[in-house]
Design a protein around this ligand. Structure first.
Ligand SMILES: [Zn+2]
Length: 321
């Protein structure tokens, strides 16, 4: 369970973990942290997740925080815990990645990385490259609160990933006083597998206003058109079910490939197919839809893993999956 503490409070080296409860905010020492993790397991979670607060950019006060998170977590004598590292995207820049990798490698638990930015963090300068380097260099890292970047991460060696069920869960958000407040009216968003991208149904309706819309052959859609979802609650739910079906189908394909070059080759093929579909879409609908910046970045050559240092030897590729 992700308690979402990172959407509510900034972490400090003295208090990297905390939680909002009925009695208000509570900073967690090691005993408190144990108690929360134990509670998650007691509620039948398959593994516990640290309620880590938000880690700002290194130059914005975040520099000493990951070390404090890992140092405290390493004192836990548990084998069922994932350490959450909710970081500002600037940690993925060339100048900061080696340090981030060093901290993740030194953690004796698997690490779930959340990348925060206003908008898509992977559209930021050096972020795609940095994230690939983290995934290649840290065998026990997972990417959380993400979108199709889950597949780029896993193709590059991430242990796992979690795709958000709603747009606000597909990237990290910085703490704000009003976070966790009332929800906006839901509108349908679908994963368009051919385009490797989530789109609002309203956008698809614009594209296909004058031509036959694309259909989907997943178990939910059964060859129906993707433009059919309205903003009725039942349709928003069905749109989500469609997206989940498509994610699992894509994951099923990834899972048949061998980790390493074969998996990266499979992902590159998905990207090159998607590029063709973007072209096809533009031709067919007469709408100018460019190949998205992030997909473009994913087609580029990926960096090598960082060499492991004596101090923090790379973790063995084992543990929970
Ligand atoms: Zn479908």
């Amino acid at each position: 369970m992700d308690h979402g503490s990172h959407t509510q409070k900034v972490a400090t080296p003295a208090a990297p973990f905390g939680l909002r409860s009925g009695e208000g905010w509570r900073d967690l020492d090691l005993v408190g942290l144990e108690e929360i993790l134990e509670g998650q397991r007691h509620n039948r979670a398959s593994f516990a997740v640290t309620p880590t607060c938000f880690i700002p950019a290194p130059e914005a006060g975040g520099y000493p925080v990951p070390e404090a998170v890992v140092a405290q977590a390493n004192q836990l004598s548990r084998e069922d815990t994932v350490v959450l590292l909710p970081c500002n995207w600037r940690w993925l820049r060339r100048s900061s990645v080696p340090l981030l990798v060093e901290h993740i490698r030194s953690c004796r638990h698997p690490v779930a990385l959340i990348v925060q930015a206003d908008g898509d963090p992977l559209e930021r300068d050096q972020a795609v490259e940095g994230l690939r380097q983290v995934c290649r260099s840290c065998p026990r890292v997972m990417l959380w609160r993400t979108d199709l970047a889950a597949f780029d991460a896993m193709a590059h060696g991430a242990l796992g990933a979690a795709v958000g069920a709603s747009a606000v869960l597909r990237h990290g958000v910085a703490p704000r006083p009003d976070n966790g407040g009332g929800g906006r009216r839901p509108y349908p968003v679908v994963l368009v597998r051919r385009l490797l991208r989530y789109h609002r149904v309203a956008t698809l309706q614009d594209w296909f206003a004058h031509v036959d819309p694309w259909t989907c052959d997943c178990a939910v859609c059964k060859d129906a058109a993707l433009v059919r979802f309205t903003d009725r609650e039942s349709d928003v739910l069905a749109a989500l079910q469609h997206s989940v079906c498509e994610l699992y189908a894509l994951h099923g394909e990834l899972d048949t490939t061998l980790p390493g070059d074969e998996r990266i080759g499979w992902w590159r093929q998905q990207l090159s197919d998607a590029r063709e579909y973007y072209r096809l879409l533009a031709t067919r609908t007469n709408v100018e839809v460019g190949f998205p910046k992030v997909l473009q970045a994913w087609t580029r050559h990926s960096p090598m893993a960082l060499p492991s240092t004596e101090k923090y030897p790379a973790q063995r590729k084992s543990g929970p999956s």
